[in-house]
Design a protein around this ligand. Structure first.
Ligand code: SAM
Length: 284
């Protein structure tokens, strides 16, 4: 008998993977956590049935949530990661010797325990001495922070369940205050391929534009995410992600990446007309 995993992207579209083995399944205090061994994408982690990370294409998401900001400001020292329980974002951050400390605020300890057991190549830096892992709600964590971080990375789930509050104006305001005067915030911003996701992305972009002088959208191709095409927001208090790109400095650091490079960086911010128009119009 064949075993298949399926995620419905819309009422008329679903994405399926053939399964070798169902490795883990449990309900945490926040969500259902499953790990499946797939034939094509290696181990797959789902939260509440939705794809979070696969061993085969995780490098694309993790390269693109981390490296663009570091190539614009290579002097980043203090970083806050909200979510990111699989550890891939922290792994990429630990490639920068100049980074002094990372606070990773993950609400669900089960995600980290599962990542350490079934995704060792992704979770490998979670015990790094430069990293503090805090099992807290990121929304509450940033409330009393001021002028503390050079970079905030919101590596969250979609705006459902515990992740819902991570797409609100209040939360973004608290993040703005928690950042230093030249701080940068990056969040995953869904896909423009399907309206229900794009609406979330446009709403997040509009909210960030209310407080950050610079907000630019960039793109990446992630095969296991809805539409295979994913967006990120680059919200910045000072630096422009294209004009202030420091290619020479970043290339001199010899950071080993599988997806990101400084030429791709320029292309990532060159988003298609239909996406640009919808962000400018403010609706899908
Ligand atoms: N790359 C994935 C994506 O784009 O869908 C996200 C991966 S990461 C596993 C998402 C993490 O955010 C999950 O581990 C989840 O527990 C965590 N999370 C959700 N809401 C949170 C909150 N309010 N505070 C802290 N972590 C949260």
């Amino acid at each position: 008998m064949e075993l298949w995993y399926s995620e419905k992207h819309t009422d008329n579209v679903s994405f399926s993977l053939k399964i070798k083995e169902h490795l883990f399944s449990a309900q945490s205090d926040f969500q259902r956590v499953d790990v499946l061994a797939t034939y094509e994408y290696g181990n797959l982690m789902t939260l509440d049935g939705l794809v979070m990370v696969t061993e085969k294409d995780e490098f694309i998401y993790h390269d693109m949530i981390v490296h663009p900001a570091l190539a614009v400001n290579p002097n980043i020292k203090k970083v806050l990661v909200i979510g990111g329980g699989d550890g891939g974002t922290v792994r990429e951050l630990m490639k920068y010797p100049a980074i002094e400390h990372v606070d990773m605020v993950e609400i669900d300890k089960m995600v980290i325990d599962v990542a350490k057991k079934f995704f060792p190549t992704i979770s490998c830096e979670l015990d790094n001495e430069k990293v503090s892992v805090l099992y807290e709600d990121g929304i509450k964590f940033v409330k009393d922070k001021e002028n503390t971080y050079d970079l905030i990375l919101i590596d969250s789930t979609d705006p459902i369940g515990p992740g819902e509050g991570l797409f609100t104006t209040d939360f973004y305001n608290d993040c703005f205050k928690a950042l230093k005067e030249d701080g940068i915030l990056i969040n995953q911003n869904e896909t423009p391929v399907y309206d229900k996701f794009f609406e979330v992305g446009i709403s997040s972009y509009k909210k960030l534009k209310k407080m950050f002088p610079i907000v630019e959208v960039y793109q990446a191709h992630i095969p296991t995410y809805p539409g295979g095409y994913w967006l990120f927001n680059f919200a910045s208090k000072k630096y422009n992600p294209v004009k202030d790109l420091k290619s020479k400095t970043w290339n001199s650091l010899n950071i080993d990446t599988k997806y990101y490079n400084t030429n791709l960086h320029k292309g990532a911010f060159a988003i298609p007309n239909y996406v640009k128009e919808k962000f400018n119009n403010g609706n899908v």
